[in-house]
Write a protein that binds this ligand. Structure first.
Ligand SMILES: NC(=O)c1ccc[n+]([C@@H]2O[C@H](COP(=O)([O-])OP(=O)(O)OC[C@H]3O[C@@H](n4cnc5c(N)ncnc54)[C@H](O)[C@@H]3O)[C@@H](O)[C@H]2O)c1
Length: 355
C-alpha cells in the first residue's frame, strides 16, 4: 500500500487517478479547492465530482487546499510521507489566461514549484508526475508543412505522419500566457529531476478527455461539444476552416501511463501523451460524428479569426513513451470515448430534469 497525493483531484485527470489508485488499495489524498468554478463560473464547478469520489472510494481523503498556500502544503507534507505525487491542479485554459495572467502564473508555475519543493523537503524519493501540455510548444507545430483535405488539415510529409515529437522546440514561439506558465512549470519540474535527482516525469498532454470533465466552452472540447449537442446552445469554431485537428486520449489511458512511469521512473523524462493518430479528429469530423451518434443537429457558428497561438493540426507522437513503456497502449478508441461522454451528458441532462 502506498501513500499517493493527487492535486486537482476533483478535475478530469485527478478524479480518474483517485479512483484508479483507490481501487488498488492505496491511501489516496486529494487536493482541490474547486478553483475551476472560479475560472469558468458555475458550469466549471467540480464539487459533484468530489462528492462522487467520496461516495465510491474506500481510502480517499479530500483536502480543500489551494496549491498556492505553501504553509498548508507544508503541514500536509509533514504529516504524510507520500510515495507518489500526481500533479493535475491547474488553470487549464489557453484563452482564459489572457484575462487572469497573474492568477494563471501563480497556479500553474508557482503552484507547481510549491509542490516540487515540498516533495524535495519531505519525501525526495517520491515519484512526481507533472501534467504538462502540448501548448509548451507554442505555435511551433504550425510550421510543419500541411495539406488541406476535405474535412481536415493533415501533415504533408510522410515523416511527420505520426505527429509531433518531444524534439519540437519550446521557445521562440507564440505560446499564449497559459502555454508560457505551463512551460515554466515543465522546465522547473525537469530541473528538479536533473538538478536534485528526483524521480520527476512530465507528460505533455494533447486533448485529455473523458466522462468526468466539467466541460466548459474554454476548456474540454469534446465534452463541451457533446454538451451543446445534447443540451442545446451554440458552439463557436474559431478559424482554420473548422478543419483543425486534435488527438484525444481517455483519462483512463492517461492514468495508466502515469502508473507505468511511477512503477519504473526515468527521472526528468518528458513525454508527449495524447490519443495519437488513431484518435485524432477535426472539428468538422467531430461535429458530423456527434450528430450521427446523438441523432441531434449541433448548432455551431464559424468565426474567421483563429485563437491566438492555436494549433492547426496537432497529433501527439507517442513513439517515445511506447518505446520506454512497451506494455502501455491506447485502450479507448475515439468511438468509446464519444459513447461514454454522450452517455454521461444524457444522464446529467436527465438528472437536471431536461429531456
Ligand atoms: N484536459 C485537457 O485537454 C488537457 C490537455 C493538456 C494538458 N492538460 C493538463 O492536465 C492537467 C489536468 O487537466 P484537467 O483537464 O483534469 O483539468 P481540470 O480543470 O478538470 O482539473 C483541474 C482541477 O484543479 C483544481 N485546481 C485549480 N487550481 C487549483 C488550486 N490553486 N489549488 C487546488 N486545486 C486547484 C480545479 O478545481 C480542478 O478540479 C492540467 O495540468 C492541465 O493543464 C489538460
Amino acid at each position: 500500500m502506498k501513500f499517493i497525493l493527487v492535486t486537482g483531484s476533483s478535475g478530469l485527470i485527478g478524479s480518474e487517478a483517485v479512483e484508479h489508485f483507490d481501487r488498488q488499495g492505496h491511501r489516496v489524498h486529494g487536493i482541490d479547492n474547486n478553483m475551476r468554478a472560479v475560472f469558468f463560473g458555475e458550469p466549471g464547478d467540480t464539487t459533484w465530482n468530489r462528492d462522487r469520489l467520496l461516495k465510491i472510494t474506500k481510502n480517499f481523503t479530500h483536502h480543500d487546499l489551494d496549491i498556492r498556500d505553501r504553509t498548508r502544503l507544508d503541514t500536509l507534507f509533514r504529516s504524510i510521507r507520500f510515495d507518489l505525487i500526481v500533479h493535475c491542479a491547474a488553470q487549464p485554459s489557453h484563452d482564459k489566461a489572457r484575462d487572469i495572467p497573474i492568477l494563471d502564473f501563480e497556479v500553474n508555475a508557482l503552484g507547481t514549484l510549491n509542490l516540487l519543493e515540498a516533495t524535495r523537503l519531505h519525501c525526495p524519493n517520491a515519484v512526481f508526475i507533472l501534467l504538462s501540455t502540448n501548448k509548451v510548444y507554442g505555435d511551433a507545430p504550425n510550421e510543419l508543412p500541411l495539406k488541406e483535405l476535405e474535412m481536415r488539415w493533415d501533415y504533408a510529409r510522410p515523416e511527420d505522419y505520426q505527429g509531433i515529437s518531444e524534439n519540437c522546440r519550446i521557445d521562440r514561439t507564440l505560446h499564449s500566457l497559459f502555454g508560457a506558465s505551463k512551460a515554466s512549470a515543465d522546465l522547473m519540474a525537469q530541473e528538479y529531476g536533473r538538478y536534485f535527482g528526483m524521480k520527476v516525469g512530465i507528460f505533455r498532454g494533447g486533448c485529455l478527455t473523458g466522462p468526468f470533465h466539467s466541460g466548459v466552452e474554454l476548456h474540454g472540447f469534446l465534452s463541451y461539444l457533446v454538451k451543446v449537442a445534447i443540451s442545446g446552445g451554440t458552439y463557436t469554431v474559431f478559424g482554420y476552416k473548422a478543419k483543425q485537428v486534435r488527438d484525444n486520449i481517455h483519462s483512463h489511458d492517461v492514468v495508466c501511463a502515469i502508473e507505468e512511469f511511477a512503477t519504473n521512473p526515468r527521472p526528468s523524462e518528458v513525454y508527449n501523451l495524447g490519443g495519437g493518430r488513431e484518435n485524432s479528429i477535426s472539428m468538422l469530423e467531430a461535429i458530423a460524428r456527434i450528430e450521427n451518434m446523438t441523432g441531434k443537429k449541433l448548432q455551431w457558428r464559424y468565426v474567421e479569426e483563429a485563437r491566438r497561438g492555436d494549433h492547426i493540426c496537432y497529433i501527439s507522437n507517442l513513439s517515445k513513451f511506447c518505446s520506454h513503456y512497451p506494455k502501455w497502449r491506447i485502450t479507448r478508441t475515439l468511438e468509446n470515448i464519444l459513447e461514454e461522454i454522450i452517455f454521461s451528458q444524457r444522464q446529467l441532462l436527465t438528472a437536471s430534469g431536461g429531456s
